[in-house]
Design a binder for this molecule. Structure first.
Ligand code: 3HC
Length: 696
């Protein structure tokens, strides 16, 4: 083979087939250099009479992650992807895509414009543009349904779902799976397609029917599933158009819609969120080359709700678990609960019986703390009692290997007071999981004063292995997540005192885009649990906050939330939630006793007070360095508390509204509700003066 490099595409040839390999690692994004390289390869294919066909392949771990996201927002340089795709489609000589790893977005669109597609069995296929608030713009919408049918195509395009190589073969997205050598098989396939009459173009196939009833059904489904999101609805619209429009014109319209969506605030927010998650992986003041400790075996000390959830998350990630509890009876119920969770995963078709047995065989339960010897990490998960935690952490420290990392899952205790219970402050930190720990996607890794770089990098890597997003934060009280949440909860309670109803507050916040409002959420968490948290924070509370003892009143009345059938709401036996006049009465009495007269509160005030409480505290956390960057706060809120990703997160939202406006509203509520709750953060004050932003 004679090989020469053309920008980020390596071109070589066999006797009659040209092979163009995309080489733009790490993810083979279709940057200008790749597009230019592909255009040059196409020139060669067209020019050289000795060449009969071409294969587009790749180097590195994936075929291509699609368009280069970093080029969005700047002037795109020719050749555009659309031109390359059009040239591929109309090429009189066949082109085959040889897909190793993932083909995503524009990368898949490139493959769809080829005349044949062959893949390795571990390949994956996705058009994830919708997650960035846009839609495929280089033929994905007009070609994919022609190959696979409307429903599978809509699932990929409007939902961004990835399909496996086996599923892709099944639905006709690819033509073949390669047995061994993908490139050789692709070259033979391309040569076959060069025989007369063998070449097939997706663009010449009919677009399958997509009638009004199907369109209506899809629209409704996506309105419910992706509330407030624009792109899924535009996908249905585009499908409807493409079903009745000639190919070329439909392709042009697809491109225009992609461009339109690119300039929407939703797309800006979603692209920002993608980058914010990448940024969160970078731990402040830690060099890039620190290697994590390899975690093969983990100890979980404490077998309550959190310990069980964490154990499941570790087992799911292929890590052996030693689960420690003080009493055999609690370990037995932990084992039973874990087995029950897995049984329900089998019932739902998420796991096979074999996979469950494999996981359970890696779980050891013990009442002997010395079982923590030999664990690479031990996660302490017992109740929030400083002395009890110190005692357990010290016992773990005594038996653990020297390089074992010990972490606490505390959500608010003083991390330094826990660190001094060990003889290894460098190997100690916090890892704050959220309940249910096996499902929740967020972890706060909490940096103690002496936590080493290796410890923090290990926790960040472990979180990724557990399929969670980790944000590394400082050890301020409540860290980032709960500290901000407590400010919103406080404000929501003040709103009730002032005259709002739980249903109004919840409605306003769900209309904004939260999946659930603060009071429905409180009922899920259990009002007794929240009352206990308030009791633990009592000393640090202001007079007004202490007086807003609505949760305590509800608990006294036996209303513990969903679990008792009554909380802020009443719950029917089928779980349906309704307003309860006795809660209105309880609130009325509460106000009367405190001499507060209820007033009509506008929805706008409800929203502003709840969001400003978050934004102001978030800014304080950035200003004091508890959060390394504003975008980390947004990751916590979008991943942990359902802040709508298409609005970016509280810091992004505030920056988009403009900090002078935010400052003005903070001053307003500082004067009307109280300066101790809304005195503007110094950071907002400073940034508003220069019209700056809380995020990049
Ligand atoms: N463009 C530019 N950079 C990209 C990129 C892209 N499409 N996809 C990933 N990267 C960057 C990441 O930002 C990261 O950079 P960093 O090291 O500086 O932080 C680096 O590549 C490695 O990425 P990850 O850390 O995410 O690596 P993973 O192995 O965890 O995941 C991935 C790889 C699955 C490809 C994941 O990065 C991903 O999902 N990327 C987004 C893919 C996507 O949305 N494609 C559609 C683009 S839009 C499009 O194609 C429009 C077209 O229709 C016209």
């Amino acid at each position: 083979m004679n090989q020469h490099a053309k920008s980020a595409v390596l071109v070589s040839r066999t006797a009659t087939v040209l092979v163009a390999e995309i080489d733009n690692r790490p993810v083979n994004a279709l940057s200008h250099s790749v597009r230019a390289g592909l255009a040059a390869a196409l020139d060669e294919l067209e020019r050289d009479d000795g060449i009969e066909a071409m294969v587009i392949a790749s180097r590195g771990k994936l075929f291509s992650a699609g368009a280069d996201i970093t080029e969005f927002g700047s002037e795109m340089r020719e050749p555009f992807l659309g031109e390359i795709v059009a040239r591929l489609d109309s090429s009189p000589k066949p082109v085959v895509a040889a897909i190793a790893g993932r083909a995503m977005g524009g990368g898949l669109e490139l493959a769809l414009a080829c005349h044949g597609r062959i893949a390795n069995s571990d390949a994956g296929f996705a058009l994830p543009e919708v997650k960035l608030g846009i839609l495929p713009g280089s033929g994905g919408v007009v070609r994919l349904p022609r190959l696979v049918g409307v429903d599978p195509a809509l699932t990929m395009i409007a939902e961004g779902k990835e399909v496996s190589a086996a599923a892709a073969l099944d639905c006709g997205l690819i033509d073949r799976l390669a047995d061994a050598n993908l490139q050789e098989a692709a070259v033979s396939f391309a040569a076959e397609l060069a025989s007369p009459g063998a070449l097939r173009r997706a663009s010449t196939l009919p677009f399958p029917p997509f009638d009004r009833a199907q369109q209506e059904e899809a629209r409704k489904r996506y309105a419910k599933k992706y509330r407030g999101r624009e792109a899924p609805q535009r996908a249905v619209e585009l499908f409807a158009m493409a079903a009745v429009t000639p190919f070329e014109e439909a392709a042009r319209r697809e491109y225009e819609v992609c461009r339109e969506l690119l300039s929407t605030s939703q797309s800006r927010a979603l692209r920002y969120s993608f980058q914010a998650e990448k940024a969160a992986r970078k731990i402040e003041n830690i060099p890039d080359n620190v290697e994590p400790l390899d975690i093969a075996r983990a100890g979980v000390a404490g077998c309550g709700t959190m310990g069980r959830g964490i154990a499941i998350a570790l087992l799911d990630a292929g890590i052996d678990v030693a689960l420690y509890g003080r009493k055999e009876a609690s370990l037995a119920s932990a084992r039973e609960a874990i087995a029950k969770t897995y049984a329900s995963a089998v019932k739902r078709g998420r796991l096979t019986e074999d996979a469950v047995q494999g996981r359970l065989s890696r779980l050891a339960t013990t009442t002997d703390i010395s079982a923590m010897t030999g664990c690479d990490i031990v996660i302490e998960t017992i109740a929030e009692d400083l002395e009890a935690k110190r005692e357990l952490i010290s016992a773990i420290d005594n038996v653990a290997n020297d390089d074992t990392i010990i972490v606490t899952n505390t959500s608010f205790l003083d991390l330094e007071a826990l660190a001094t219970a060990t003889s290894r402050p460098k190997n100690f930190a916090g890892m704050h999981f959220f309940n249910p720990a096996n499902l929740m996607k967020l972890v706060e890794n909490v940096r103690a004063k002496n936590s080493s770089a290796k410890t923090l990098v290990t926790l960040s890597t472990l979180a990724q292995r557990l399929s969670k997003t980790a944000v590394t934060v400082g050890a301020a009280e409540g860290f980032v997540a709960n500290r901000m949440l407590s400010k919103r909860t406080r404000e929501a309670l003040f709103l009730l005192q002032d005259g709002a109803t739980p249903a109004q507050v919840d409605r306003v916040l769900t209309e904004f885009g939260f999946p659930v409002g603060p009071f429905a959420l409180a009922d899920m968490a259990g009002l007794d649990v929240l009352a206990a948290t308030r009791a633990a924070r009592f000393d640090g509370m202001s007079e007004r906050e202490r007086g807003a003892d609505i949760v305590e009143r509800l608990v006294e009345a036996g209303r513990l939330g969903r679990k008792s059938g009554e909380g802020y709401y009443r719950y029917a036996s089928d779980g349906r939630q309704s307003e309860d006049p006795s809660v209105a009465e309880l609130l009325e009495n509460h106000r009367r006793e405190r001499g507060i007269s209820a007033r009509q509160i506008a929805d706008e005030e409800v929203l502003e007070r709840c969001l400003l409480a978050l934004i102001n505290e978030g800014a304080n956390l950035v200003d004091t360095g508890t959060a390394a960057r504003g975008s980390d706060i947004d990751v916590v809120w979008t991943r942990g508390f359902g802040f709508p990703t298409h609005l970016g997160g509280p810091m992004f939202w505030a920056s988009e509204r403009g900090l002078p406006f935010i400052l003005d509203r903070l001053k307003h509520y500082s004067a009307t509700v109280g300066p101790e709750f809304f005195a503007p953060s110094e950071l907002i004050d400073r940034l508003a003066a220069e019209n700056g932003r809380l995020v990049g």
